[in-house]
Design a protein around this ligand. Structure first.
Ligand code: ZN
Length: 435
């Protein structure tokens, strides 16, 4: 018992002492600009991670997701998976981070790939989402190995491609290749920036569809001879405003979805297009006078874990049917584009209770349990890998993700590294939080 306490103290000191190393590692990762799209520098960052993990006795595999969306010889979809076996048989804990970052955008006051340290924060694209989390998990694992070299089971760290564009060339591909089966991996922690005191159990569902209204082309000076598809789409929007948006605003989850607004079921109208295509830049002529014979709308419907995707679809079909009933010549098509079912890990799953105890031990308070408004790679680990014992847990402020002047606070990473390491101690040794 006392040696467990000593070990915990020893581990905590190690993390504090690794502060400069943690900062340098985070900076190195940010300075490799892995913009996605198109998927830049995946090989460079995977090789960097491979070198670091090899030094610590990990077996490293580099896996290119050939033929997945976006994969080409110019933009290969590289992933890295590192595994280190313990001294005794036991369970495997896997830390999965995506290596890609989104476009820079406008409004920066820091160099987006400079990784400048200022006032205890490291600034840069991907600092918060999620190279800070990746660096934190590596530092946590390294300090764990130094403190408990005799651990049981195995530790895995992966850096994976394309999370920001759906994860098909990343976690989905690895899951299809058997990297996330319950036989190989028993606990998964995804260090997405949900905040150091929160455990994220899962996410809402997604349904994307394209609605097209049809019309008939005619001369714009005699619109009565044609049939305007844009006006038909206007009727669809009116019906959405009158009935669907109010209905969604009433539908509220019992689950701790964040932020507050995402506890409701939501619909985003992603885009609308009707009539003549937008001409190339440089075209100086006028449009031709035509009545639009087609109008398309792409909808992005996010639904609650309490809802059923068939009901979500049916609701939209019913709405279109209602518009049709009140409108002569209204015809439409609706095409499914993409769907993700909600994913939820049980609050009493071992990885949840273990990380929760570590949060209490390090921060002196109970964790907050949350559910994410949007999806992340947990969906593939759940659906393809059939692995239910998975959470998102990591340092950083979610709202900063994808924003200008994105940053990660060094102290948040330090605290999270302690929490990750103590969770490892509980799962892979007979010490840690429980002792
Ligand atoms: Zn992310």
């Amino acid at each position: 018992m006392s040696s467990g306490v000593d070990k915990t103290a020893e581990f905590t000191v190690r993390i504090d002492a690794a502060r400069d190393d943690l900062i340098a590692l985070t900076q190195d990762l940010i300075r490799i600009p892995t913009l996605n799209p198109p998927g830049n520098n995946y090989l460079e960052i995977c090789e960097y991670l491979a070198r670091r993990m090899t030094k610590r006795g990990f077996e490293v595999e580099m896996i290119r997701a050939y033929g997945t969306p976006g994969d080409s010889d110019k933009y290969p979809r590289w992933n890295v998976v590192a595994r280190r076996e313990g001294a005794h048989p036991g369970e495997c804990v896997h830390f999965n981070s995506h290596i890609d970052v989104v476009e820079v955008g406008q409004g920066w006051t820091f160099d987006p790939f400079g990784a400048e340290l200022s006032d205890g924060k490291i600034y840069g694209r991907g600092s918060c989402d999620m190279k800070g989390g990746l660096a934190t998990s590596i530092i946590a694992v390294e300090a764990f190995l130094d403190t408990w070299p005799d651990y049981s089971g195995a530790i895995e760290i992966s850096g994976t491609a394309d999370e920001e564009t759906g994860g098909f060339g990343g976690v989905a591909y690895l899951a299809e290749k058997g990297f996330f089966t319950p036989e190989r991996v028993q606990h998964v922690i995804i260090p997405e920036p949900l905040h150091k005191d929160r455990v994220c159990l899962g996410h809402r569902g997604v349904w994307w569809a394209e609605i097209e209204t049809h019309g008939r082309i005619a001369h714009g000076s005699m619109p009565f001879l044609g049939d305007c598809a844009v006006r038909h789409m206007g009727a669809v929007m009116e019906e959405m405003e009158a009935t669907l948006f109010p209905a969604l605003a009433e539908r509220r989850s019992e689950l701790p979805i964040i932020p507050e607004g995402a506890k409701n079921s939501t619909l985003n109208i992603n885009s609308i297009h009707g009539g003549e295509p937008v001409q190339e830049e440089g075209y100086t002529g006028l449009p031709a006078p035509c009545v639009p014979d087609s109008c398309t709308m792409i909808i992005d419907r996010r639904f609650l874990p309490e809802e059923n995707i068939d009901d979500v679809r049916q609701e939209m079909h019913d709405l279109l049917g209602k518009v049709q009933g009140g409108r002569e010549k209204f015809t439409y098509d609706i095409r499914d584009m993409h769907e993700v079912l909600p994913s939820m890990t049980a609050q009493d799953a071992p990885v949840v209770t273990t990380v929760s105890r570590a949060i209490e031990q390090v921060l002196g308070k109970s964790p907050e349990y949350v559910v994410s408004p949007g999806t992340y790679d947990q969906k593939h680990i759940d659906r393809i890998g059939r692995m239910k014992n998975c959470i998102a847990y990591g340092p950083g402020i979610l709202d900063l993700a994808h924003q200008p002047d994105e940053y990660i606070a060094v102290q948040d990473m330090i605290d999270s590294a302690k929490i990750m390491g103590l969770a490892l101690a509980e799962l892979l040794t007979n010490q840690g939080s429980k002792s």
